[in-house]
Design a protein around this ligand. Structure first.
Ligand code: ZN
Length: 136
């Protein structure tokens, strides 16, 4: 079951530069910055209500986010949805004929289990399914 919008992933060249817009211009608070080696990104989490902005900065040219910035420039990279059971959500998307980028979940920021649905199936939106590490 999908519970809410977890976060918006935003591809940026520099977290240090971009974070000022969210904190100084919009008045939001930076929660933390972490590195997700598996995806070759540094991630800044900025809570907004029950959701978050996730700024994604590539740590090397081979990073998928570097490719996204190269192709489309900086901006919204994906929409992430909180699910209570990621294996079930993936099975449902697959049964509905979606093209999955991840057939099985991998570990994302904060230790969450994540999996991506291809933007071809999401009508132009790269959708991330996200099962929180710590259920509330
Ligand atoms: Zn994300």
């Amino acid at each position: 079951m999908i519970l809410k919008i977890d976060h918006l992933g935003i591809a940026v060249k520099s977290i240090e530069e971009t974070v000022k817009f969210y904190t100084e211009a919009l008045g939001l608070q930076l929660d933390h910055i972490e590195e997700v080696e598996d995806q070759m990104v540094r991630v800044a989490m900025i809570p907004i209500g029950e959701s978050k902005f996730e700024l994604l900065e590539p740590t090397c040219p081979e990073s998928p986010i570097a490719a996204t910035i190269e192709k489309r420039g900086e901006g919204v990279a994906h929409l992430a949805l909180t699910v209570d059971n990621i294996e079930e959500a993936l099975a449902q998307a697959k049964a509905a004929g979606c093209r999955l980028i991840d057939e099985t979940p991998r570990i994302g920021a904060g230790g969450s289990k994540i999996a991506f649905i291809h933007p071809k199936s999401g009508y132009g939106v790269l959708v991330e399914l996200c099962e929180q590490h710590n259920h509330i």
